[in-house]
Ligand binder design. Structure first.
Ligand code: G6P
Length: 612
């Protein structure tokens, strides 16, 4: 979703902040803009609808955009369509204040009418412009940009990460946040602000993650952090521990393909150092829970959105199987408003790749408000969900840039399997069973690699379905959520309609759609339900459906009635999703790519959904 980058230092800000927002393109956006304090100490604003390249084309010659202080923004439309007027930066009506904003102002109508009564006017449909006028209003009363910001924060309800410039004090950037990420980057005699560290990582790895209600004022080659109550904050400086290469495509044509191919490594990274071989169990220290507390868990609720929700469904299967603890999986957006029942001895998990998804965060807060212990499973160190949860586990998948989540999914499933072993060994399974499971987990990365080696074969299969209008994905048991995930991948990046279904449910509706034009992508692996799913696939075949079947190596039966078969290595049934999802990811990738679509930045989607 929206991205912010700001720079203050000795270098020319424009190329730095333009390059910075390009690093955030992956998050999804529909317009972009910059504000620069130029050599005459005046703010100049440039903004355009569409991609950053359009903005660059519209910029005047470099001498007119030169300056050492600037802010930039990519906007994903919420209030008002994506056009030039609604693009950020926004400027107060008497031209003093210019800002960029991520988030949503909830009481904007009320504030707008008050500001209008004081003579302010508005030129966009955005809620963000209210903040510019509000800070301007308080600037008259306080004579300090930081104080004007502080007073404004007291009146605004909603979420925001903001960087602001003022024509009255053209030597500074003030940035502040509530509910939307904002980071201060500390370089040598220069500072950055951003909403996502990947925007500035090539310049510095020294950062401060601002907390809610904090304000950073950067001027005179130094910075000061205070909060909305005007208290001084001594913030912790963190060192970002990932490598610049993780934000480059390397030799791959797209981030998504690179991330799919990283999975042998990322799955290994998820379990590395967490397995206690001697005791046939795992250690997840970040949960902050004693063995005694874990033994008391009677129920688990897992809350998530999108692909993370699919990982949660698989986790439910694995945990119920190994630990015999009932697990409920909820959409965060539903959970937060449904007056959830959380029985005592319930452990709540929130899964979020970004750690910033607004609905997941609200659900976390709701569960905590009811006294539940809430643990986070996230990929993003220092993210809001990581900070606000009572403990948790990082999946350590490295930055995921492709909007369609791939490696984060398999890492989330890996973490949930570790959790299942941990709880299972306390409640239900023997050391021998625990060790067999752990040994198989160790074999998974090599088995993923063997599937990746079939990339060319899968591309050829993609060619056969790329012009379809619909696709049906079928799976059963632990592979049903994989069918959902396969359908989601196809929808997200190729814009084809696709549905995931439990194979046996097909006869209660979707079977009516099957004809010779309908590709049916099915997971039919060797396990206790194998014979049943074969019968379901025969029903598809009898209606001329075009079967693409993901089958266990050596299975010759499926060949006889499938148009194409993708063979994957055998594993224990509850770990099958870590393998069966790989052909789904590759198939979706190739279909989208063959259709000539923007795989990494699909239309309308955002990587991190920070609005409700
Ligand atoms: C967006 C992304 C999806 C992601 C979902 C949940 O829709 O495009 O890829 O699965 O948000 O995100 P989270 O960061 O909470 O896992």
């Amino acid at each position: 979703m929206c991205g912010i980058v700001g720079y203050i230092g000795k270098r020319n800000a424009t190329p730095i902040i333009i390059e910075g927002i390009k690093r955030l393109e992956y998050r999804g956006y529909d317009s972009a803009g910059i504000a620069i304090i130029n050599k005459d100490k005046k703010i100049s604003v440039f903004k355009e609808k569409g991609k950053i390249i359009e903005l660059e084309r519209a910029l005047p010659k470099p001498s007119e955009t030169a300056g050492n202080i600037g802010i930039a923004h990519t906007r994903w439309a919420t209030h008002g369509e994506p056009n030039q007027a609604n693009a950020h930066p926004h400027t107060s009506s008497n031209n003093r204040i210019t800002l960029v904003h991520n988030g949503i102002i909830e009481n904007y109508k009320n504030l707008k009418s008050k500001l209008e009564k004081s003579g302010y006017t508005f030129s966009s449909e955005t809620d963000s412009e209210i903040f510019a006028n509000l800070i301007d209003f308080f600037l008259d009363k306080t004579n300090s940009l930081t104080e004007a910001v502080r007073e404004s924060m007291k009146l605004v309800e909603g979420t925001y990460g903001i960087a602001v410039l003022s024509n009255d004090s053209p030597d500074q950037i003030v940035a502040f946040r509530k509910g939307s990420p904002l980071i201060l980057g500390i370089g040598d005699d220069e500072f950055f602000v951003c909403s996502d560290v990947s925007a500035i990582i090539i310049h510095t790895k020294k950062v401060i993650y601002l907390q809610d209600n904090e304000i950073v004022t950067i001027k005179n080659n130094t910075f000061e952090i205070t909060n909305v109550h005007n208290e001084n904050i001594k913030a912790k400086v963190s060192i970002v521990d990932w490598d610049v290469s993780s934000i480059d495509k390397g030799d791959f044509p797209h981030f998504m393909l690179k991330e799919i191919f990283e999975q042998p490594t990322t799955v290994k990274n998820a379990f590395r150092g967490r397995i206690v071989e001697k005791l046939s169990t795992v250690r997840l220290g970040g949960l902050n829970m004693t063995g005694e507390e874990l033994r008391k868990v009677q129920k688990i609720q897992i809350i998530a959105c999108g692909t993370s929700w699919h990982a949660a469904l698989i986790g439910k299967n694995i945990i119920e199987h190994l630990a015999r603890i009932p697990v409920e999986v909820e959409y965060a957006s539903e959970y937060r408003y449904k007056n959830p029942i959380i029985p005592i001895e319930t452990l709540v998990f929130v899964i979020s790749q970004s750690g910033e998804t607004a609905d997941s965060l609200a659900a976390l807060r709701e569960a905590q408000a009811r006294g539940a212990r809430v643990l986070g499973i996230t990929n993003t160190i220092g993210s809001t969900i990581a900070r606000e949860s009572d403990g948790g586990v990082y999946i350590h998948a490295g930055t995921e840039i492709g909007v369609a989540s791939t490696k984060a999914f398999t890492s989330q499933v890996t973490i949930l399997s570790l959790l299942a072993v941990l709880l299972g060994r306390m409640k239900n399974i023997s050391p021998v069973y625990g060790m067999e499971f752990i040994k198989e987990l160790h074999r998974i990365p090599d088995k993923i690699q063997r599937i990746l080696d079939k990339n060319d074969e899968i591309e050829k299969i993609a060619e056969t379905i790329k012009d379809s209008h619909n696709a049906l994905y079928l799976g059963r048991g632990v592979n049903f959520p994989v069918a959902l995930e396969g359908a989601l991948k196809l929808k997200e990046i190729s814009y084809l309609h696709a549905e995931g279904y439990p194979a046996a449910e097909m006869k209660h509706g979707p079977i009516a759609l099957i004809d010779e034009n309908m590709p049916v992508i099915s997971i039919a692996l060797k396990d206790v339900i194998y014979e049943k799913i074969i019968s379901n696939l025969q029903e598809v075949k009898a209606r001329n459906g075009r079967l693409i079947t993901i089958a266990t190596e050596g299975d010759n039966v499926v060949k006889s009635f499938s148009e194409n078969v993708i063979y994957i290595p055998e594993t224990v049934p509850i770990l099958q999703p870590l393998l069966s999802v790989i052909p789904m990811q590759l198939l979706a990738y190739h279909v989208a790519n063959l259709r000539g679509l923007d795989v990494d930045q699909p239309r309308n989607l955002a990587k991190s959904v920070t609005v409700e």
